[in-house]
Design a protein around this ligand. Structure first.
Ligand SMILES: [Ca+2]
Length: 219
């Protein structure tokens, strides 16, 4: 789940990491008892608090110099967030995908994990790169186990993608199959569904539900 949200329910004492700026994205992950909030117009940071104990001080990727330095070359860091179970370093873990944009208007998705020290840590040298300019790749994202194998598929919308010069903004959905996170950006892990209607922005929003009652989510 990821959506723009106003943090009206937080009390004043906890707001130091959440006040200011516009354009927040929020993700709730019950498996790690976490609420993640990205403030995309403030240099790129992801703040996080406990769901069950929201009065505890908030943490932020801002506390990591490595993270801050790494995302400096991007903008709109965390404009979309998604979570899922992937195998990383041979262990199944909940990870968090976040989108970023290069100054060249192409996009990249990278991943955070929640370490044993209860810190959100960047997973190094893993990412999904989109070299299509102005495709809005990652505008919407959803982690969902589409085939019921226990691993999350990452569904990524690119509503302004158009592969035909005569059309515009037909949009696309890219599905990255679940499993080993380290190879998620490889071509053989991706399936794409392309929009066909001009200006329809297919992939602008993604939701999942069990449409046909087979206990496997459709989308
Ligand atoms: Ca799966």
């Amino acid at each position: 789940m990821a959506f723009g949200y106003s943090m009206g329910f937080l009390k004043a004492g906890q707001l130091n990491s959440f006040t200011g700026g516009v354009g927040w994205t929020m993700l709730v992950d019950e498996s790690n008892d976490l609420i993640l909030i990205s403030k995309i117009f403030e240099g790129g940071q992801v703040n996080y608090i406990s769901i069950s104990d929201p009065l505890e001080p908030a943490n932020s990727t801002e506390d990591s110099q490595k993270f801050t330095k790494h995302v400096k070359q991007f903008r709109n860091v965390g404009s979309s967030l998604a979570s899922g179970t992937f195998s990383i370093y041979g262990v199944n873990q909940t990870i968090y995908a976040f989108t970023m944009q290069y100054k060249s208007m192409t996009n990249r998705i990278e991943f955070l994990r929640y370490s044993k020290k209860k810190i959100l840590t960047l997973i190094k040298n893993v990412g999904i790169e989109s070299e299509t300019i102005n495709a809005m790749f990652g505008w919407a994202m959803l982690g969902v186990d589409l085939n019921g194998d226990g691993y999350t598929e990452l569904v990524v919308g690119a509503p302004a993608q158009c592969d035909d010069d005569e059309y515009y903004e037909t949009g696309a959905l890219h599905i990255y199959t679940g499993g080993d996170l380290e190879t998620i950006g490889k071509v053989n892990r991706m399936r794409s569904i392309l929009g066909t209607k001009i200006g329809s922005r297919f992939g602008n929003a993604i939701a999942s539900a069990d449409i046909d009652g087979d206990n496997i989510p459709g989308y």
